[in-house]
Design a protein around this ligand. Structure first.
Ligand SMILES: Cc1cc2nc3c(=O)[nH]c(=O)nc-3n(C[C@H](O)[C@H](O)[C@H](O)COP(=O)(O)OP(=O)(O)OC[C@H]3O[C@@H](n4cnc5c(N)ncnc54)[C@H](O)[C@@H]3O)c2cc1C
Ligand code: SF4
Length: 486
């Protein structure tokens, strides 16, 4: 156990952020580099090693949190890294990007601020990279079996790494020009610098995983041909079909899906453009959708020099305390101030867009909205609350409806979908087509990185069993798991 009195002697202290006016001038991560390490052992010492660590169930990966907290408290970084990697292939992604449902389930959190689990996680992995503890794990012998993984987001990468380490020859097919899925093109640099993906890819290449970019399965290579070439396939193609807003004026110039806007900003950081083809510079920006994708648009627009940024949300503003129906240890819906929100902009709740208005050249200029309220369980416009706000760039961040159906992948394989439109799978993550597995958002629907990694690991085990009849790979979750409702 970490220090038995740690939680009595130390309060919760989190990573320090760089001042807003400084960080808005660059795209680097918002935290002060190196600020965590001096405090992290004390923070890890707050872990009580309670009899039933609910944080294990809060984390979809089942991370062994009290074990690595203990090692971090003792500054045995190498042992901490070993325990961390026992359940998580990519803790540098989750340690930066996870909403940390584990902390909502921390027993200390019942009556005190929870242990800073996510900060401990990222400190352990950053230290492990610095000290050379993250080495390639090359399989001792090859199975002679081949696997194609479709999609290189966190689910595809986790599945590929597990299957490669199990001795199979794995090729990852990615339609984009770079590896990483939404980690690369979607999540902004200020939330996670892309160097973290690059060095993992190098580790994976050294282990034997092969990467093929710029190939869209379904379009560039028929799914049926791919299946003939490989002994098994893991689909990790994400849920990239964005929800639209079919209101009058939607066709005006300057209204874009968030995922048309954000990847261009990522590409500037990769050196592909000097100025992005869609920019917020000097414009009044409205972001429709109050979630994480919306917050990423807010932070991006501020860095591009927007004149103003307004984020709209149709639902009422969540409370700052747990609601009675979301008791500990569940993951509650709370009012969240992300780093992007600290940087400015206005957040408007309980409003719905009625239409857009443009100028004579067809460029959007105004967004018309109305306030809404719940009447008999339905969101209903409030009469007399209609108004318009300036809007020269509008981004739609209203979620995703499922995996891409346009490229033919689903139909060519003959895949069945579940009632929510995601690719259906059994307890082994196998689809209705023998030897074809699915992991991550493609099977689960739009979700989180931690779930994608957990699904990638579980699907790898299912695939390994299919190929060899048995598997020693771990399977943290089943397809229906909901781990404390995240
Ligand atoms: C803007 C944004 C911000 C987010 N921020 C966070 C966050 O902070 N924390 C968090 O936990 N979650 C976040 N999420 C959610 C998280 O990114 C996803 O849940 C996660 O990336 C899903 O992983 P995946 O591997 O299933 O799919 P993806 O990451 O979507 O990867 C799928 C990949 O498959 C490729 N692909 C698709 N079809 C084909 C094909 N036919 N052939 C070849 N390649 C194909 C795609 O190009 C893509 O690269 C965010 C999502 C968005 C959109
Ligand atoms: S992956 Fe997420 S839920 Fe799991 S320990 Fe890390 S921060 Fe917590």
């Amino acid at each position: 156990m970490a220090d038995p009195k740690g939680f009595l002697n130390h309060g919760r202290e989190v990573a320090k952020s760089r001042p807003v006016d400084v960080r808005l001038k660059d795209w680097n991560e918002v935290y002060v580099p190196g600020s965590l390490l001096p405090i992290i052992s004390k923070q890890a010492s707050r872990c009580m090693d309670c009899g039933i660590p609910f944080c294990h169930n809060g984390c979809p990966l089942g991370n062994l949190i009290p074990e690595w907290n203990d090692y971090a408290y003792r500054e045995d970084w190498s042992a901490a890294s070993e325990r961390l990697h026992a359940t998580n292939n990519f803790p540098e992604f989750t340690g930066r990007l996870c909403p940390a449902p584990c902390e909502s389930a921390c027993v200390l959190g019942i009556n005190q601020p929870a242990v800073t689990i996510k900060n401990v996680e990222v400190s352990i992995i950053d230290k492990a990279w610095d000290t050379g503890d993250v080495a390639p794990q090359i399989p001792e012998r090859l199975s002679g079996k081949t696997v194609a993984v479709i999609g290189s987001g966190p689910a595809g990468l986790a599945a590929a790494q597990q299957l490669t380490r199990a001795g199979h020859t794995v090729a990852v097919y990615e339609r984009a020009d770079r590896i990483g899925g939404l980690l690369r093109y979607g999540i902004p640099e200020f939330k996670m610098e892309k160097r973290h993906i690059n060095r993992r890819i190098e580790q994976m290449r050294a282990e034997g995983t092969r990467f093929r970019t710029g190939i869209e399965i379904g379009r560039d290579l028929k799914a049926t041909d791919l299946k003939k070439r490989y002994d098994a396939v893991v689909i990790a193609a994400g849920a990239t079909t964005a929800r639209d807003l079919p209101v009058p004026g939607r066709e005006l110039k300057g209204i874009h899906q968030a995922m048309e806007y954000l990847p261009l900003a990522n590409k500037v950081q990769e050196g592909d453009f000097v100025t992005p083809p869609i920019t917020a510079e000097g414009k009044h920006v409205v972001v429709i959708g109050g979630g994480d994708t919306g917050a990423d648009c807010v932070g991006t627009a501020h860095r591009q020099g927007a004149a103003s940024v307004t984020q709209l949300e149709i639902m009422p503003r969540p409370g700052e305390e747990r609601a009675a129906h979301q008791p500990w240890p569940t993951f509650p819906m709370l009012y969240k101030v992300t780093s992007a929100h600290e940087e400015g902009g206005e957040r408007v709740y309980s409003v719905s867009t009625t239409h857009f208005e443009g100028d004579e050249d067809g460029n959007v200029q105004w967004l018309h909205l109305t306030e809404v309220e719940f009447i008999e369980g339905k969101l209903t416009p409030k009469p007399g609350t209609e108004r318009k706000i300036p809007a020269q760039l509008v981004t739609l961040a209203m979620g995703f409806t499922g995996t891409d159906r346009e490229n033919g992948l689903v139909d060519q394989f003959g895949l069945e979908l579940d009632e929510r439109g995601n690719i259906a799978r059994d307890a082994d993550f196998q689809t209705n087509v023998p030897g074809v597995f699915v992991a991550g958002d493609a099977g689960r629907g739009q979700s989180l990185i931690v779930w994608a990694i957990a699904e990638g690991r579980s699907a790898a085990r299912g695939c390994d069993r299919f190929l060899t009849g048995a598997s020693e790979l771990p399977a943290p979750i089943r397809p229906t798991d909901r781990a404390l409702m995240v």
